[in-house]
Design a protein. Structure first.
Length: 295
């Protein structure tokens, strides 16, 4: 129970506004983490047509978001997954869903903190020449997260908004810089054509879609604010759909910049190598057209 709860033992109602609903859902999607992981794997399958796959998975996720948003409008509740499946598929399905969500979050949270701790430790070593053990960073982050959560949904959702907006702004700024550097002469609609697939097969799209859909996963978590959002029957459904819209535009911008910033010939001949090179420090400033950004 957070400190902002109005009644002991109850969730604080009407605390979270529309922007923070979107930020909450977007933080669960974790787009900044998906860019150097899932989208790179997607590019290894789809190659120069990666933006096409992002559009396809964007539309598919939007359809799913509309469906979940309708459930959130009809049954606003913090226990969204349990409630929706209990009402629609029966108590057994609800029971299984509820426990699966508990186990999922029990793994997701410590894993996310562990990865953040490891990267933070490496960053401190590389940028500041300061050696900090990952376990120490883990403890600090865990305590900070627990404290913010304890202080209530009002503060934690505001922190979500600040962090998500900041990380996406940095990556989006880099993507825009790449597009400006390469210039309009290098832009091509071929990135949206199936003819640009590395093997010209439908399986190139379906294999890549697995990772594209996974990159959008988490938007449905915004439904958990059904009892804490203001005007929940409107703001939560709109927030769920907005999470997918914001994330989809962000992914499309980044993937287009990565695809056009890399030599299209290399993407067609060896998409997996090109995708790995695009995020590898060894590839910085060498074979990419946008190399002048970091060289």
């Amino acid at each position: 129970m957070g400190a902002s709860s109005h009644v002991a033992g109850r969730l604080a109602s009407g605390v979270v506004g529309p922007a923070r609903v979107i930020a909450f859902g977007t933080s669960l999607v974790a787009p900044a983490a998906s860019v150097p992981t899932l989208l790179v794997i997607l590019a290894s399958y789809a190659g120069f047509a990666s933006p096409l796959v992002v559009v396809v998975t964007f539309v598919a996720s939007l359809c799913c978001a509309i469906s979940i948003g309708e459930l959130a409008r009809r049954v606003p509740t913090a226990g969204w997954a349990y409630t929706y499946n209990s009402r629609g598929l029966g108590p057994t399905a609800g029971f299984l869903t509820g426990w699966m969500m508990i186990f999922g979050y029990a793994l997701f949270v410590p894993a996310g903190i562990a990865l953040t701790s490891d990267y933070a430790s490496q960053l401190a070593d590389d940028a500041l020449n300061v050696t900090v053990q990952p376990w120490a960073v883990y403890v600090v982050i865990l305590v900070a997260v627990a404290l913010v959560a304890y202080l209530g949904i009002g503060l934690s959702s505001s922190v979500d908004l600040a962090l998500v907006a900041g990380e996406m702004a940095v990556i989006a700024a880099l993507a825009v810089t790449i597009l400006v550097k390469i210039g309009p002469a290098q832009y091509s609609l071929a990135v949206f054509s199936p003819a640009s697939l590395p093997h010209g097969q439908f399986t190139d799209i379906t294999n890549a879609m697995i990772f594209g859909i996974t990159a959008f996963a988490g938007f449905e978590g915004a439904a958990a604010l059904g009892e804490e959002a203001r005007d929940a029957r409107r703001s939560v459904p709109a927030g769920i759909i907005s999470v997918v819209a914001v994330t989809g535009v962000f992914y499309l911008l980044v993937v287009v910049a990565e695809t056009l910033g890399w030599d299209g010939t290399a993407f067609r001949s060896s998409p997996s190598r090109a995708a790995r090179w695009a995020i590898s420090p060894a590839g910085t400033g060498r074979r990419r057209r946008c190399g002048s950004l970091t060289s």
